[in-house]
Design a protein around this ligand. Structure first.
Ligand SMILES: [Zn+2]
Length: 252
């Protein structure tokens, strides 16, 4: 296994003595990168697990967020800044704040985790460029990208069709807005069929991420033609990770 980068030790030492300060800093970076306010749960707790966390059968995990107890848990020795960004994003997303969407989260894990990690990458890209490089290079497991297959889907979409801004609106909880209306508006704007709430009967068992790939291809074909669909598919399946996740060339 590769040795940890120097920043890993620095960050861990700082987090061990001032976790609140580190969280405040990460929260600010999220707001700046995503260009929106976030509202963390008032009683959010951060727990540093003294032992690495093992959840059978998934093996070791880097961290997690429990929306019921509003607790972020970080797995000793296995987490770093990217984990904290990811878990804080969960805590400020519609998918943990709106009860009906919590149900969607449980059912469509790939979609929600993929979008969470995609936005994590954007925060790293905007505020912590070295973490972003390590996230892409996968040299050190703690810093590496998770849910890669699903993150690629959002990267490909944001290159050819859907703006990051619209993905942010669909994700970051805003108590003043109704998510269900946002979602309808999103579908209408991009000419997409519902891939998340009421999937067509014969598609119920198809994960939303897969369905979105199909539905987006259809919309791209109708609006722009076959060439744009090929571009999308190539980004999704063939492009190197640092191309499909180059945020500087995505639609913002
Ligand atoms: Zn997650």
């Amino acid at each position: 296994m590769w040795a940890p980068p120097r920043c890993f030790e620095e960050f861990r030492t700082r987090a061990a003595t001032d976790i609140d300060g580190v969280c405040r800093e990460v929260a600010e970076s999220i707001e700046q990168a995503l260009g929106t306010e976030i509202s963390l749960p008032e009683d959010l707790r951060i727990v540093l697990s003294p032992e690495p966390i093992y959840i059978p059968p998934r093996a070791l995990v880097r961290g997690g967020y429990d929306p019921v107890s509003r607790t972020i848990i970080l797995s000793n020795g296995l987490w770093c800044r990217k984990t904290l960004v990811h878990e804080m994003l969960h805590a400020v997303s519609y998918f943990t704040r709106v009860p009906q969407l919590l149900e969607v989260f449980r059912r469509e894990t790939d979609f929600v985790e993929g979008l969470t990690e995609f936005l994590t990458g954007y925060v790293l890209y905007s505020a912590y460029r070295e973490c972003y490089q390590r996230w892409l290079s996968r040299e050190y497991i703690v810093c590496s990208i998770s849910y890669e297959r699903f993150v690629r889907l959002f990267g490909a979409l944001a290159h050819v069709y859907v703006s990051i801004r619209d993905l942010v609106r669909l994700y970051i909880y805003d108590p003043g807005r109704d998510w269900f209306r946002e979602y309808e508006e999103f579908l209408r704007r991009y000419g997409l069929e519902d891939f998340l709430l009421n999937k067509p009967r014969e598609m119920r068992r198809v994960p939303s991420s897969m369905l979105l790939e199909d539905i987006a291809s259809k919309a791209l074909r109708q609006r722009f033609g076959e060439e744009r669909v090929s571009e999308f598919i190539e980004l999704l399946y063939e492009a190197p990770l640092d191309v499909v996740l180059d945020y500087s060339t995505m639609l913002r």
